[in-house]
Design a binder for this molecule. Structure first.
Ligand code: F6R
Length: 612
């Protein structure tokens, strides 16, 4: 996820673009940059880090020109650095490109450009491939920028939105959308493009919503939109009446709700790039060989909070699929129990921010004792990522709300991919089962969308129970792992005393707390444990508890023992946490909202915990 902005008009472009980028910093802040058409040349300035760094760079020497493009980056291909920052150009600085998304076949395209066209690449990005493709086509098409962009995208695969300017095409910018957001803003004698509405609201409320496979051509006088066949499209203007703050949250009331709704796309992004055309797992950033994997006699998974809960599912997946023993620890405890670590240990760290000090210090301890360190991280170039031997990124995009949602589901995807990859390397997995799990994973984004269609049911439940003082979450197997995460979500944003426990463990003490009307959320999505879980529900019901069950479609018999039931689509037991967590996230959100809490910034908590 990155943010792009483009401007053409009668004002100086740089300031307008930078102000627009600031409104898109939520989409990434690894670097930012601008390219402006300036006296027949392209003036590019870019800098690693937040936009303030770019402002520092150009202070006293602002690029001059009335047509330009800008970018704020969430790094995917290539570490955050000045060099990898956008805009990118061809070698001769004929065109400049900003890009949000991923070109899946960039390696193939780059190799072809190197071998057959003698192009020399300077950066690690996929975007530099686009710049060179457009530039070559531009030279061959008599400087027809629209045609050059069209030819380039005809051989690019992936999901992206791009903005392009060319040195010999003054006062025009061309943009293209394929599966990544893009809008165009209509002003008076000036026009704009951007990844999202907040970037333009200061200048205009009149926006064109660009559809997939459409090209936008902006000049100071007008905006033209073309479909994939090059035919001009007659698009109506959408008048945006949101306030700026509403717009930054994409129209959602809170970042947390937006991020819950981001999950189908985030999961799709994290998964689809890691499957080859034959549906086999291919893990970028992990170089582990079969011999190396065979040499490890133990895996540790270490993380904190929500990431730890993702690790619980990861332990289950690796042990079930790859048959390698896994120990899991919360990072704040790991270092203080003298763990047995040597060069036969594989250490897996999970962290959204990549800056959690407990996780980082555990990782460093493991590394100092000879362990191989693999991490699952969301923030590219963060400390955990930098200190690891192998990194698998969760391409969730920036997570702003303190309560983690889309980071969790994308961490789960990475854990399943690692489990399948290890199982395959070790030759431990039957190919039919492997293919079945891959197919089930591929169906998950659509199924999450189905769960989200039932948001109003969850909101009604929240309306009913929001004033409870305590809530119990119970489940067995993977459902108990999801219970911990559901309970954490509720307590951290609603401040309700919520408690999660494996349902089979209730009888060893906690059932003493069950009394008339105690609220129990019972997860029963594991088919092979359904009967056992059903008995646990009967037990708490017999003590007068008010049971809200969460199960799969087809298990309607659960309603006989439950006051309410929530159903998620059918899926393989092994991957049900990807679906069952979503109603629990929504429940926590709506309960906190009904209680009037500050959902995105809960008390006493921080997004990145850099203290012990
Ligand atoms: C809960 C939450 C925290 C984090 C934990 C680890 O919603 O966000 O429990 O999961 O602080 O943070 P990262 O993943 O950044 O290491």
């Amino acid at each position: 996820m990155c943010g792009i902005v483009g401007y053409v008009g009668y004002n100086q472009a740089t300031g307008i673009i930078i102000e627009g980028l600031k409104k898109l910093e939520y989409r990434g802040y690894d670097s930012s940059g601008v390219a402006v058409l300036s006296n027949g040349k392209i003036d590019v300035r870019k800098r690693k880090g937040v936009i303030k760094n770019l402002e520092e760079l150009i202070k006293g020497d602002v690029p001059v020109g009335t047509c330009g493009i800008g970018h704020t980056r969430w790094a995917t291909h290539g570490t955050p650095s000045d060099l990898n920052s956008h805009p990118h150009t061809d070698e001769d600085l004929t065109v400049a490109v900003v890009h949000n998304g991923i070109v899946e076949n960039y390696v193939e395209l780059r190799d072809d450009l190197i071998k057959n066209r003698g192009v020399q690449f300077k950066t690690e990005t996929d975007t530099e491939v686009i710049a060179n493709l457009v530039a070559l086509n531009y030279a061959e098409n008599g400087s027809d920028l629209e045609q050059a962009v069209r030819s380039a995208i005809s051989i690019m695969r992936g999901a992206y939105a791009i903005g392009v300017i060319a040195k010999d095409t003054p006062d025009k910018l061309v943009a293209y959308r394929k599966d990544a957001p893009l809008i165009a803003g209509k002003g008076d004698g000036e026009n704009f493009i951007a990844s999202d509405i907040p970037a333009l609201l200061q200048h205009t409320q009149d926006m064109y919503m660009i559809e997939n496979n459409e090209m936008v051509v902006c000049t100071a006088d007008g905006i033209k939109i073309f479909d994939s066949n090059g035919a001009e499209v007659d698009r109506e203007i959408t008048e945006i009446t949101w306030s700026l703050e509403d717009a930054e949250k994409g129209g959602y009331e809170h970042f947390m709700l937006k991020e819950i709704y981001d999950q189908p796309a985030a999961v799709r992004e994290t998964l689809s790039q890691r499957l080859d055309v034959n549906g086999k797992v291919k893990l970028d950033g992990i170089t582990l060989t079969k011999e190396e994997l065979d040499s490890y006699n133990k895996i540790y998974i270490v993380a904190c909070g929500t990431a730890y809960h993702a690790g619980l599912v990861g332990k289950y997946a690796i042990e079930k699929m790859a048959r390698i023993p896994v120990e899991i620890d919360v990072a704040s405890e790991f270092r203080y129990r003298e763990p047995i670590i040597d060069d036969k240990t594989l250490f897996i760290a999970i962290s959204q921010s990549g800056e959690t000090l407990d996780t980082l210090k555990s990782l460093r301890l493991a590394k100092s004792k000879g362990a191989r360190v693999l991490s699952i991280v969301n923030v590219v170039g963060s400390s955990v990522a930098r200190d690891s031997h192998d990194v698998l990124y969760t391409w969730a995009g920036p997570e702003i709300a303190v309560a983690s949602t889309k980071a969790y589901t994308t961490q789960l995807i990475c854990m399943y991919l690692i489990a399948l990859y290890f199982a395959d390397l070790k030759g431990e997995i039957d190919s039919e089962y492997y293919n079945h799990i891959i197919e089930e994973l591929q169906a998950i984004p659509d199924k999450i969308e189905k769960v989200l269609e039932c948001t109003s049911t969850i909101e009604s439940l929240a309306d009913k129970f929001y004033d409870r003082e305590r809530v119990f979450f119970i489940g067995r197997g993977l459902d108990s792992d999801v219970s911990y995460e559901g309970s954490l979500k509720l307590k951290e944003i609603s401040y309700i005393n919520s408690f999660a426990i494996g349902a089979g463990e209730l009888k060893h003490g906690t059932i003493a707390l069950m009394e008339e009307d105690t609220l129990v959320i019972a997860l029963a999505t594991q088919d092979f444990l359904f009967e056992k879980m059903y008995s646990n529900i009967v037990e708490v019901n017999a003590r007068g508890a008010h049971v809200v069950s969460l199960t799969k479609v087809g298990r309607e018999e659960i309603s006989q023992e439950s006051s309410e039931a929530i159903y998620v689509p059918k899926c393989a037991d092994e991957i049900s946490p990807l679906l069952s967590i979503v109603p629990l996230q929504l429940f926590a959100y709506y309960v906190a909202r009904k209680r009037g809490e500050d959902i995105d910034k809960p008390r006493n908590l921080a997004k990145s915990v850099t203290v012990e």
